[in-house]
Design a protein around this ligand. Structure first.
Ligand SMILES: [Zn+2]
Length: 377
């Protein structure tokens, strides 16, 4: 009983917890990517208020917020200088958050830096990490693993090609090609194997928790204020969930008076969250063919927690078609903002949204050099 009581005390006094969104059971295992009891999605919760005085102002990366990451040991931080990305005034009522300026060209570096830092000490020399992504997350995990000198095995579709895949290879990750549907690739990456640690970015709660810093930055860069409305692209949901968690943390800490309205921007073809929030049935096509080729999650594992979070904060969603994405892509390019088409979805959503759009931020997630240049028609 003594042991039991003391472990309960430790959990209660800890300044963070990792809990299951389905059964609320807790774990202290930072390598866990699913609830050990019910298989549910895990979520990190911080039991420490946000406070401006705890920002480390002489640290010019997302690690200026490391006081809000109590599970990270300062000596294990793996940083390529991610975060603190530019936040520019684009027009009278609109700021753009240039997440494509991160070290590997996408916002995923926030998740990778925090996740790799959290688990580095637990990874032995024989161990390798496994991730399933042929896109920005695969490239980002490959880069941070390379810097941390951890072996990374990236699981990709058989017919993979393109610049993001070249980027993964450039960082020296080992590649496993898997045939069949997208879910097969995840299954293969998760399959238990000697010395393998699955850290898939969609499932891993600590990857998502790293995205929280994006909310703190927008708040800080606006002079310690929240914007009224934020537009961001949504596929698997890691960006959406991380940004919401960050702003909810600011609100619960009384750093901001009201949450910004969060608008999930999706494509007509890949829009399960939009359909769920609007109470409409979603039947995706068998074959998705969109210029927004990074937004592919027709059946995201995080859909239920995304819907729950969006309802709780009164978020909204908008869908855009191929022509609207293309127009947004070129409109930004002609203003000096070169992003990948999937990122243009957020700006297209901003242009199309029919609600109030004052004091807005659009999050631009991925660099234009990551995809082939689109033709104008
Ligand atoms: Zn559970």
């Amino acid at each position: 009983l003594g042991i039991l009581v003391s472990s309960v005390v430790i959990i209660l006094h800890s300044n963070y917890e990792i809990l299951c969104v389905r059964c609320s059971r807790r774990t202290s295992n930072t390598l866990a990517y699913r609830c050990e009891h019910c298989g549910g999605i895990l979520q990190v919760r911080i039991n420490k208020d946000f406070s401006v005085k705890d920002i480390i102002k002489e640290e010019y990366s997302l690690w200026r917020y490391r006081n809000f990451y109590p599970y990270i040991n300062e000596d294990s931080i793996i940083s390529l200088g991610e975060g603190l990305t530019p936040h520019i005034k684009f027009s009278k009522d609109l700021y753009l958050k240039l997440e494509y300026m991160n070290p590997t060209g996408s916002f995923k570096d926030r998740g990778s830096s925090v996740l790799i830092s959290a688990i580095k000490e637990l990874i032995g020399p024989e161990t390798f990490i496994a991730e399933d992504s042929s896109g920005n997350a695969g490239a980002s995990i490959a880069a941070y693993a390379a810097f941390a000198e951890i072996r990374a095995q990236i699981y990709v579709p058989e017919n993979v090609s393109g610049r993001k895949f070249e980027q993964i290879r450039a960082y020296g990750a080992e590649i496993t090609k898997v045939s069949g549907e997208r879910v097969k690739i995840t299954e293969e990456a998760m399959k238990q194997e000697r010395n393998k640690v699955y850290i898939g970015h969609v499932y891993h709660p600590i990857f998502r928790d790293g995205i929280r810093t994006l909310a703190y930055e927008i708040y800080e860069q606006l002079g310690f204020k929240a914007p009224e409305i934020i537009f961001l692209p949504v596929s698997a949901g890691t960006l959406l969930m991380g940004v919401i968690d960050g702003f909810v943390h600011l609100k619960e800490s009384d750093a901001i008076e009201a949450l910004p309205r969060i608008i999930a921007c999706q494509t007509e073809q890949v829009s399960p969250l939009y359909h769920a929030l609007k109470g409409r049935e979603y039947k995706p096509k068998k074959k998705i063919k969109s210029i927004a080729d990074a937004l592919i999650s027709t059946d995201p594992p995080l859909l239920e927690p995304m819907i729950e979070k969006m309802k709780r904060i009164d978020g909204d969603a908008v869908i855009v078609n191929e022509r609207e994405i293309l127009e947004a892509y070129w409109k930004l390019a002609k203003k000096g903002i070169f992003i990948e088409p999937s990122s243009a979805v957020a700006y297209a959503g901003y242009q199309k949204y029919e609600g109030k759009r004052k004091n807005a931020v659009v999050i631009l997630t991925g660099n234009g050099l990551k995809t082939e240049l689109l033709s104008k028609k």
